[in-house]
Design a binder for this molecule. Structure first.
Ligand code: GLU
Length: 429
């Protein structure tokens, strides 16, 4: 009963997809944008993040601040390098492509004027990077996102305005995205586009807001418009123009949100566990994204390319994990043995190193850990390395200790899991 009511509530607010990896915010109005962006990002902290940044525009042009770690680091940086602009975008990143670092933090810029924030995963970023590099674009980060800023910049240089440039550029993207774009050439306008990642617009009086979730808006407004997949909006201080990706303008009446801020953080669910149970379908889509060829029906895992020569002589698999990840390993054993016909053992991380395990170059060790920091699993990984066994990690946190030490990593893209009881982290493993 409770769950049915929740589902109805979700439907009423038009929120279908829940899993998301980070926070995006945007502001255009008359107030100092940096403060509003930072307060919005704080409201989205519950989603988890590894780095954060903002971009604003004032009469001197575009200003960018990005910091690794907590929002306090960004706030300190903003105290030293004040942003005066009244338009801007802000982002908390949960890395999916490229380690958490200042260079990989969003916003990503192209040229002197364009900045982009992105929530989601661009599946075809490798081919787009190659295309842009061949055309002379210098990409500075390891992210999938940076291609978006360059694609938009290229269209602007070819003569398009910001909205049109964004519309043309996103037609090249495969994957999931909520993006917000800023250009110093059009300093009173934000453009936002959505495909498979949530975005909500907040309507104010002489000011407008963008966020990936309602809590970031509630201090400022309760009148919101949800963007749907395949839609884009141009936002100025006093106008919101909605368009479909094919350029057709349309109208949508705003909804009034009555939730209190705490309920809003849980997306209307009673607790995070329930929310994360419902996030599993989207988390699975995100994890599979780009890894199954639609043309051939085969699984594509370029992450394993470097490991491939060492996999040729493998005679046995050894899965090592703790807690929920160990249970994922037990399920994995059935699949591995059925598909590979290789004997597969599943060991508990905390016991592994004490039982004098038989390991050599014939055994592939597969370590599974949501955080990538599970100490016992990490210790087992070290044993495998000493014995000359190749190690494949399955982790959710980019650049975690286990991810760094393994020979290859398959990242699950479950996004942060707040609830202690594991749900989507397990399913995606
Ligand atoms: N895929 C992007 C990155 O790794 C965005 C991740 C996010 O949604 O925070 O930078």
């Amino acid at each position: 009963m409770g769950r049915r009511l929740q589902a109805a509530q979700w439907a009423r607010y038009g929120l279908q997809e829940l899993a998301a990896m980070c926070g995006i915010v945007g502001y255009v109005g008359a107030r100092r944008a940096d403060r509003i962006l930072l307060s919005g990002l704080r409201k989205l902290e519950y989603r988890g993040y590894d780095s954060a940044g903002i971009a604003t525009i004032d009469e001197d042009g575009l200003h960018l601040s990005r910091e690794v770690g907590k929002l306090d680091n960004l706030e300190n940086e903003l105290c030293e390098n004040q942003h005066q602009g009244t338009i801007g975008i802000g982002h908390t990143r949960w890395a999916t492509h490229g380690r958490p670092s200042q260079m990989n933090a969003h916003p990503h810029r192209a040229g002197d004027e364009v900045a982009v924030i992105h929530n989601g995963i661009i599946e075809n970023y490798v081919e787009l990077r190659e295309e842009l590099a061949a055309a002379g674009h210098e990409l500075l980060s390891e992210t999938d996102t940076e291609v978006i800023s360059h694609l938009i910049h290229r269209e602007i240089q070819a003569g398009s305005d910001l909205a049109e440039a964004t519309r043309v550029a996103i037609r090249r993207l495969r994957g999931s995205f909520a993006i917000v774009v800023l250009s110093a050439a059009e300093p009173r306008r934000l453009v936002v586009a959505k495909n498979a990642t949530p975005v909500v617009l907040g309507l104010g009086d002489g000011e407008n807001f963008i966020a990936s979730d309602i809590p970031a808006l509630l201090d400022y407004t309760r009148d919101v418009v949800f963007l749907e997949d395949g839609e884009l909006a141009e936002i100025t201080a006093d106008r919101v123009t909605l368009r479909s990706f094919d350029g057709k303008e349309f109208e949508r009446a705003p909804r009034r949100i009555a939730w209190d801020p705490v309920t809003a953080q849980r997306g209307g669910y009673k607790h995070f566990l329930l929310k994360e149970i419902h996030e599993q379908p989207q988390a699975l889509i995100d994890t599979m994204r780009g890894r199954i060829s639609q043309d051939t029906g085969t699984v594509v895992l370029p992450e394993l390319d470097g490991l491939w020569p060492r996999l040729q002589g493998i005679k046995r698999l050894c899965v090592v994990a703790c807690g929920t990840a160990w249970h994922a390993g037990l399920v994995g054993k059935f699949i591995c043995e059925r598909v590979s016909r290789l004997p597969t053992d599943v060991d508990y991380g905390s016991e592994f190193r004490y039982r004098d395990p038989i390991l050599n170059g014939d055994t592939l060790m597969v370590v599974v850990s949501q955080s990538g920091e599970t100490a016992d699993t990490l210790a087992a990984l070290e044993v495998a390395r000493e014995c000359g066994s190749p190690v494949l990690a399955i982790c959710n946190v980019v650049d975690s200790s286990i991810a760094r030490k393994a020979d290859a990593v398959l990242y699950t893209h479950a996004g942060p899991e707040i609830s202690v009881a594991s749900t989507k982290a397990f399913t995606t493993q």
